[in-house]
Write a protein that binds this ligand. Structure first.
Ligand code: PLP
Length: 385
């Protein structure tokens, strides 16, 4: 039997979600889709194509390699690389986009600005940059003094670098709006002395999922949305929201099927280290997904799997018994007599009310939705439905 596991990504729901985000933004504010880390593990090229078709104006990636993957896949719109990159011309396939100003680079330190400047001079064409101001994250970025000097130089005497944007990143977008506002104020303060000099179309950006859904203050000229594209995030934070988070759909479903069922007598124990003791006749099933495919070990004896019959009708949730193995989990089917070998097992459900919705699993595993998605092995085929 081949492995029945697959990760379904619902593109129509992704499209609807993207339009929801776009509808929050005032005209003049660009919609940026953050598709770094292989679009949060879901498949950069397909996801980016869908998001651009749904209205994304800019694609944001972490590395030059990620940008090249999208360019090779035929994406021709504006992209910004977040990672401090010394040599933006390192990849031949990206040079045309760099030359056209479509592929733009974050500038994070005076040293890196100098590297970008040298690359542009040697090449004889300007490179488009976004100055990254550190407003409180301490994860790269220019200090206010460095930022002032860089803006000064780029807006007066340096034709080798074109200033396309200035940005910062929030440390507490989810949990502390006060500090997020303080970071936003620091960005605004850093720009105040240059009000007259700055290009009119300068992209000022700071907001991501958790603030963009709550306050237009953070939209500025470009909103950078990642997690929320997949339907996660807004419902987890207190409102008021700019639109009801219930209108977003969860787009990911991780399915497999039950490959073995057996009944055990009281006194038996389930799995490694005998962490689950059986005290009544118990029907246990095997789902061939474990930590080798990215299912968190932290969920052993904690989470459940939603079981569906052959027509797709949900039969209920089957709790995990024992530890998560490399290749399988053991689930308790005692209360689901209709479940059997061949029944569908949802490790991740797209139903937000399910116990195996991503946010609930992430919480149980002591992590967040980002990691839950990114850790799913590329050995699990991504299927776009
Ligand atoms: C610089 C930057 N901007 C935007 C985002 C998107 O954040 P979110 O997925 O919370 O929307 C990220 C994500 O990590 C990021 O690193």
């Amino acid at each position: 039997m081949t492995s029945p596991s697959r990760l379904e990504i619902r593109l129509p729901d992704l499209t609807r979600n993207a339009r929801w985000w776009k509808s929050l933004l005032e005209p003049g504010c660009l919609f940026g889709a953050v598709v770094k880390a292989n679009a949060y593990g879901l498949g950069a090229a397909r996801i980016a194509r869908c998001l651009v078709d749904a209205g994304a104006d800019v694609l944001l990636v972490y590395s030059l390699e990620e940008a090249v993957e999208l360019i090779r896949a035929g994406l021709t719109g504006p992209m910004l690389v977040f990672m401090p990159t010394d040599d933006p011309l390192a990849e031949g396939d990206a040079r045309e986009a760099v030359a056209a100003g479509r592929l733009q680079f974050s500038a994070d330190s005076p040293r890196q600005i100098e590297k970008l400047r040298q690359a542009a001079r040697t090449w004889g064409r300007p490179i488009h940059v976004h100055l990254h101001l550190d407003t409180g994250m301490s994860r790269a970025g220019l200090s206010p003094t460095e930022f002032r000097q860089a803006v000064e130089t780029l807006t007066t005497s340096d034709p080798s670098l074109t200033l396309r944007g200035v940005y910062s990143h929030l440390a507490t977008a989810e949990d502390n709006l006060d500090f997020a506002r303080e970071q936003d104020r620091r960005l605004a303060d850093a720009l105040t002395p240059f009000r007259e000099k700055l290009p009119k179309d300068l992209l000022i950006h700071i907001g991501s999922t958790f603030v963009t859904c709550r306050d237009r203050q953070f939209h500025r000229r470009l909103a950078r949305i990642g997690l929320g594209l997949y339907g996660y995030g807004p419902a987890a934070v207190p409102g008021p929201h700019l639109a009801p988070p219930s209108e977003l759909s969860h787009v990911v479903r991780w399915v497999s099927s039950i490959v073995h069922v057996q009944t055990y007598a009281p006194g038996a124990t389930a799995g490694y280290d005998r962490t689950y003791r059986i005290d009544q006749p118990t029907r246990l099933g095997i789902v061939p997904v474990g930590y080798g495919l990215g299912y968190p070990t932290a969920l052993g004896n904690k989470s459940s799997v939603r079981v569906l019959d052959s027509t797709g009708k949900p039969l209920g949730h089957a709790p995990l018994r024992g530890k998560v193995n490399m290749d399988q989990v053991i689930i308790d089917l005692t209360d689901l007599p209709a479940a059997d070998v061949g029944s569908t097992a949802e490790l991740i459900s797209a139903d937000p009310a399910s116990d195996c919705a991503v946010p609930r699993l992430a919480k149980l595993a002591g992590t967040h939705c980002y990691e839950m998605l990114c850790r799913i092995s590329t050995r699990v085929p991504r299927v776009y439905v």
